[in-house]
Design a protein around this ligand. Structure first.
Ligand code: DHB
Ligand code: MG
Length: 230
């Protein structure tokens, strides 16, 4: 006679245990303050999609920024500024975060978020399609850390720009490279999966980069690709 739990019960218990672990990690390692909570509240009130990174992802960005001594950070895709606050807080007081946002409405929320978090002295948002804004950043390069979290179809182009605007040692992080596994389907079933798939293939083929991808969203179904320029 088996003492094993029925499959459904066991799966429910494991899901509950995972949720408790996630909560514990979040509470201990990535607590949100009023400014971070406010960014998400404002985003919700303004009708922005709730697709910001998780607190643990935000904390990982801080760890990476500090590990590479980041003084200049570029973010492609601001949403409401939630990730921008995590990144800006990893900068020294004379550091600089530039974040690119296609939507003027979103950018207005970002400015308010940066004011409320007291990082407006070092963090600024530029409005427009990233591929049109990126060439103007050449004189401001090199960036020490570049975070890509915008329209997935352009991820391969954003990677080209990240390498161009980086230097040896620059860390390039891209969100949403797993897409619930759809990024690994051949052919990818939708545009965002196709962008993520092309991005993954490109970082792996590029001899200038050392890369890893990790599941790190709230449900383990999406995650970061992290690359370093050799
Ligand atoms: C989605 C999630 C993201 O983090 C993002 O940048 C874009 C879209 C999504 O789940 O649809
Ligand atoms: Mg994302």
């Amino acid at each position: 006679m088996s003492t094993a739990l029925p499959g459904d019960d066991q799966m429910r218990q494991e899901a509950q245990a995972r949720a408790r672990i996630d909560q514990e990690l979040r509470t201990r390692f990535a607590p949100e303050d009023d400014a971070l909570r406010g960014a998400n509240d404002r985003a919700q009130a303004e009708g922005l999609p709730a697709i910001q990174i998780s607190p643990i992802q935000g904390k990982l960005l801080q760890v990476l920024a500090i590990a590479c001594g980041a003084r200049k950070i570029l973010e492609i895709g601001s949403l409401a500024g939630y990730s921008g606050v995590w990144l800006a807080r990893a900068l020294p007081s004379d550091g600089r975060l530039i974040t690119l946002e296609v939507s003027a409405k979103h950018a207005a929320v970002v400015r308010q978020t940066f004011q409320n978090a007291n990082v407006a002295d070092r963090a600024s948002v530029r409005v427009g399609p990233a591929l049109e804004l990126l060439p103007a950043l050449i004189p401001e390069a090199p960036f020490d850390l570049i975070f890509i979290d915008a329209d997935k179809g352009n991820y391969p182009h954003y990677l080209d720009w990240a390498i161009r605007l980086g230097r040896p040692g620059t860390i390039i992080v891209a969100d949403n490279v797993i897409r619930g596994g759809r990024a690994f389907q051949v052919p990818p079933p939708d545009e965002s999966a196709a962008g993520a798939s092309a991005y993954n293939n490109k970082v792996l083929a590029d001899q200038r980069l050392v890369s890893v991808a990790i599941p790190i969203d709230d449900r383990g179904m999406d995650g970061f690709a992290i690359s370093v320029i050799r």
